[in-house]
Design a protein around this ligand. Structure first.
Ligand SMILES: Nc1nc2c(ncn2[C@@H]2O[C@H](COP(=O)(O)OP(=O)(O)OP(=O)(O)O)[C@@H](O)[C@H]2O)c(=O)[nH]1
Length: 687
């Protein structure tokens, strides 16, 4: 998990480090000592959301419309001009006075400064500074932080030179990291069981539970939740009860990687089968270590060596054959080898030094959730960090609630749960989705506000759709430094083609870009392939095979690029072209929104500002636009600014007012329609 320092985040948010520290401590119970303390990315994201949420709220409450705002600027400007004229008359030569002071005035500030502080430092009236900011296109409130570069421009107007102060020393960093470690303590490993159908995943999970849980629990397990914890010689292991790599990868595609170790079940009498290979590749793509359980050892046809031999074909060499893959022969039926398997899992987990901080507010992931007639939304949560307490207010994905009741894996009521412990909770307002993250926050009100703002963000994101890698834009992504590797999933009609395509594609790797086939198999392109592609940012290539219906709909939803070919050469050529940026995409135009110009304002330093109302869809600051007057396209261009009230907006939705200006164009008239559009690449190759 990546980290950020308090002062860095504070700067990003435009608040002081002190304010941020109190927010962190009060809202999230995150212990931070000073501005140099490091915080987890996830906490940073939550704080950002919290602040964004309150901003949206306050924006909604503002009564002044965008038009009022622009009117004010225009008025100010007129006043300013007449004042200047008056002053000029009075002083005769203003300019000379300015020159006198210019050389002596050098002021030192940091990377950012609030408008208020800047005014003090520049010894200028605050209103004047704000006005100057506005005239240079920056709408900032008194307490808002502005960057050094913006401050520099304003200072120039007063003939004052700004100097950037050096940032804090680095000495404290090392100490802080050691401090952080002190808060961490060992946590149980979280384990997922995978394997081919009928190789015994469910039986193995049952055998482990019976061997280790039932003994201590009178009456056995009454309550079944999506995960359970077992005790092995004083150490604990948590098993996720949804076997199979599909669920594992579906969670990963949603950004939730909760598994520390995978148990790969292979039936000793059947060997490696297609889904075993899928499971191996899904583990590799997720970079999770695996332990092989060679199951059904009680069966007459059991053959350990054959399984080990077959594993080597997938880069897994058993320890006793000189490799580092742990293989344990077991029988879920007779319980033979179950103890050794658990010991091996403990050892594998130890190698990873899994740690968490139990003394902070709980956070983790939803394992499963459903609506229960009598009890409402019921969710199985896996605590990954901190401690979850009865009565805690939590935000879960875009839903929220207060924990009314909490149960452990055997259905017993509990009051708290620490890291790696699965619990079932009641009290959520809606049913969350498996893979959703949860976080404990200060109170229910905060949780509700955050959930609301997440919901509207989700809606927006859904419209925008996350951008995944596609062959068409792969070259751009390489150029922008976003990717260094092209991950590919290959599906073909016969094994010969699978091998041929895989090796030809991998040979295309260069020093700059690696082509990596993360999964290759015979058969149609399935939903599982698409989910793996989504989770691993890969493209899917089909040769003489097609995606099934589920795969098509999931690919559309998750924006996964599927290409199908009937000539191997064409597939290779396409990838080659993608790598050197030669693949010309075919585009289609998509209208994203329409706005009507209701008022226009001319401001000499800005140009014509159009006060608009969004009729349909939405308008994004970066969209291409065209101006339509009486049904005739007058102009194709881009926006040079888009504002909601006084703030720059990235996007404005239907039903809202906005102010905008068009690049190098001022002849905007009331009644004009502005149409925003994007060019979307369309799937280029079909069979
Ligand atoms: N003899 C023997 N049979 C086993 C063993 N483990 C599982 N089986 C049997 O194998 C069959 C499949 O076992 P499951 O546990 O349902 O397999 P699974 O991998 O969970 O199957 P799916 O959930 O359908 O993917 C069942 O009939 C089990 O009784 C074992 O160790 N020995």
């Amino acid at each position: 998990m990546s980290k950020i320092r308090v002062y860095e985040l504070a700067k990003e948010l435009g608040i002081s480090s002190k304010e941020l520290i109190s927010l962190l401590m009060e809202e999230f119970g995150v212990e931070v000592k000073n501005h140099m303390s490091v915080i987890e990315d996830e906490d940073a994201e939550l704080i950002k959301e919290l602040l964004a949420g309150s901003e949206t709220k306050s924006e909604e409450n503002k009564s002044e419309s965008i038009v009022d705002e622009y009117e004010k600027i225009a008025e100010e400007e007129v006043k300013d001009l007449s004042k200047k004229k008056k002053r000029k008359k009075e002083t005769g030569d203003e300019k000379a006075q300015g020159d006198e002071s210019s050389l002596s005035d050098i002021v030192e500030i940091g990377e950012t400064i609030s408008v208020n502080e800047l005014a003090v430092k520049l010894k200028q009236p605050i209103a004047d500074v704000i006005k100057n900011l506005m005239l240079s296109g920056v709408m900032a409130a008194i307490n808002q932080e502005i960057t050094f570069e913006i401050a520099e421009k304003v200072a120039e107007k007063y003939d004052i030179l700004l100097n950037k102060k050096e940032e804090e020393t680095k000495l404290e960093e090392v100490e802080e990291i050691i401090e952080e470690d002190a808060n961490l303590s060992k946590r149980p490993a979280i384990i997922t069981v995978m394997g081919h159908v009928d190789h015994g995943k469910t039986s193995l999970l049952d055998a482990i539970r019976k061997a280790k849980v039932t003994a201590s629990e009178a009456g056995g397990i009454t309550q079944h939740i999506g995960a359970y914890t077992v005790n092995v010689n004083g150490e604990r292991l948590t098993f996720l009860d949804t076997p199979g790599h599909e669920a594992f990868t579906a969670m990963r595609a949603r950004g939730a990687q909760i598994t520390d170790v995978v148990v790969l079940v292979v039936a000793a009498d059947d060997g490696i089968m297609p889904q075993t290979v899928e499971a191996i590749n899904h583990c590799k793509a997720a970079n999770v270590p695996l332990v092989v359980a060679i199951n059904k050892m009680d069966r007459p046809g059991a053959n350990i060596d054959r399984v080990k031999q077959e594993l080597t074909e997938y880069g897994l060499v058993a320890e006793d054959w000189g490799g580092d893959t742990v293989c344990v022969p077991v029988s879920a039926k007779t319980h033979e080898g179950i103890d050794s398997l658990l010991e091996m899992l403990i050892l594998t987990a130890e190698m990873q030094e899994l740690k968490a901080n139990p003394n902070r507010r709980g956070q983790g992931t939803v394992v499963e959730a459903q609506l229960d007639k009598g009890r409402g939304a019921v969710a199985t949560l896996l605590v990954q960090n901190g401690t979850l307490n009865l009565g805690d207010s939590i935000i879960v994905g875009s839903t929220y609630g207060r924990i009314r009741a909490m149960f452990d894996d055997s259905g017993k009521k509990i009051k708290k749960a620490g890291p790696s412990i699965p619990v079932e909770i009641l009290g959520l307002s809606e049913v969350p989705e498996a893979g959703d993250r949860f976080n404990v926050v200060k109170d229910e009100k905060t949780a509700r506000q955050m959930a609301e703002s997440r919901k509207s963000k989700l809606r927006e994101e859904h419209l925008n759709s996350a951008h995944r890698v596609s062959l068409e834009d792969f070259y751009n992504q390489i150029r922008e430094g976003k990717v260094k590797e092209l991950a590919i999933i290959v599906k073909a009609d016969v094994q010969g083609s699978v091998e041929a395509i895989k090796s030809s594609l991998e040979k295309l790797s260069t020093d700059d870009v690696k082509v990596r086939v993360i999964h290759a198999a015979v058969g149609a392109i399935t939903e599982t392939d698409v989910t793996l592609a989504a989770a691993s940012n890969a493209v899917v290539i089909g040769f003489n095979v097609r995606p099934d219906n589920n795969a098509v709909s999931v690919a559309e939803k998750d924006k996964v690029d599927i290409k199908t070919y009937s000539i191997i050469y064409e597939a290779i050529e396409d990838i080659k072209s993608a790598m050197i940026g030669m693949l010309e995409p075919e585009y289609k135009e998509v209208i994203v929104g329409k706005a009507e110009v209701r008022e226009t304002y001319k401001i000499s330093s800005v140009g014509t500002i159009a006060g608009c109302y969004i009729l349909t869809g939405k308008i994004n600051r970066n969209n291409d636009i065209r101006l339509i007057r009486d049904g005739i396209v007058i102009l194709q261009s881009k926006l040079s600014s888009l504002k909601r009230f006084k703030d720059d907006a990235k996007e404005v939705n239907a039903g809202y007012e906005c102010g905008l200006t068009i690049e190098k164009f001022n002849d905007i008239k009331t009644g004009d329609v502005i149409e925003a559009y994007t060019m979307e690449a369309i799937i280029r190759k079909e069979l």
